[in-house]
Design a protein around this ligand. Structure first.
Ligand code: ATR
Length: 277
């Protein structure tokens, strides 16, 4: 009998995770199947109980359940607790244990491209939502020390910094203030949805003061190159889209569930094909 894995979200039909994980299960010759489940918020608790009852071995959680699911789990690991969101659950000894691989997936993708040490990078995160929390706590847990957060609502950025259990030197800024001192940053990361299809002409911040040796990353992968990235490239900066983060969050979840390292290049190819790239 195949073991069951899946992803829960609302909406969920657009998810590329089933294609990516089912191919990885086949590739690794594992008797397992990954399905997308549409779970509305008022059914979340029942869905979690039901998945335990039928023996689901692991699942991903996407919008809007990443924070709401926490009370329904038996345990949450330290990083996911700091982030306040869970995107991966593993069944172990009768318990559902929550993890967060989004931010660590981002860091893994970054390390593929940035060959120097991350630790010295002066970093700016744009946005202070769930994605920003995951990336901020993952970067500081990896040792980045100087990392600021700019957000339309500055108090949300400040909240992330106040709740940080790790050591870091951080300021919260308005988008305008960050734009004016953009030349101070080596690494600039957009975690907002600004520039995502269909709003492809929008940018999260002005790049007027961007340095040509900066590294600019956008967690959006649809389009594969946002206006933010294409403008950064024009200024000579190195750029990275959101695909590596998506692939690596999946690869880390796969490893948590199975203990096996999936083939990253194969995962990338599946997702690119699905995106029509
Ligand atoms: P996620 O969990 O995907 O990160 P979120 O929690 O809704 O999503 O956060 C979205 C982020 O994008 C926030 O930082 C939000 O800014 P606010 O905290 O001020 O709401 C930012 N954002 C989204 N749309 C925006 C817009 N049009 N202009 C400026 N910031 C925007």
């Amino acid at each position: 009998m195949k073991q069951i894995y899946g992803v829960i979200g609302d909406p969920i039909s657009h998810s590329m995770s089933p294609d990516m994980h089912n191919d990885a299960f086949t590739d690794q010759e594992l008797e397992a199947y990954y399905n997308a489940f549409h779970v509305r918020p008022d059914h979340l608790e029942d869905a979690v109980k039901g998945m335990k009852a039928i023996g689901v071995k692991g699942f991903n959680i996407t919008v809007p359940h990443k924070t709401a699911i926490i009370p329904f789990l038996d345990q949450v690991d330290e990083l996911a607790a700091a982030i306040g969101a869970v995107n991966t659950v593993k069944y172990e000894n009768g318990q559902f244990i929550g993890y967060n691989t989004d931010g660590l997936g981002f860091v893994a993708g970054l390390k593929e491209e940035l060959h120097e040490s991350l630790i010295e990078k002066r970093t700016l995160i744009i946005g202070a939502g769930g994605a920003a929390r995951g990336i901020y706590y993952s970067l500081v847990s990896e040792g980045i020390r100087e990392i600021d957060i700019a957000n339309r609502t500055v108090s949300r950025a400040q909240q992330i910094i106040i709740e940080n259990p790790y050591e870091a030197k951080s300021n919260s800024l308005t988008i305008q203030a960050a734009a004016e001192r953009l030349n101070e940053y080596d690494l600039i990361i957009n975690t907002t949805s600004i520039g995502m299809k269909p709003n492809v002409d929008e940018m999260p911040i002005s790049l007027q003061h961007l340095r040509n040796d900066a590294f600019v990353s956008d967690i959006i992968y649809n389009p594969l190159e946002t206006k933010f990235l294409s403008e950064a490239k024009k200024k000579g900066a190195s750029i990275q889209n959101g695909l590596p983060m998506f692939i690596h969050q999946g690869a880390l979840a796969f490893r948590i569930w199975t203990g096996v390292e999936p083939n990253i290049e194969r995962m990338k190819a599946i997702v690119l094909k699905k995106l029509g790239g």
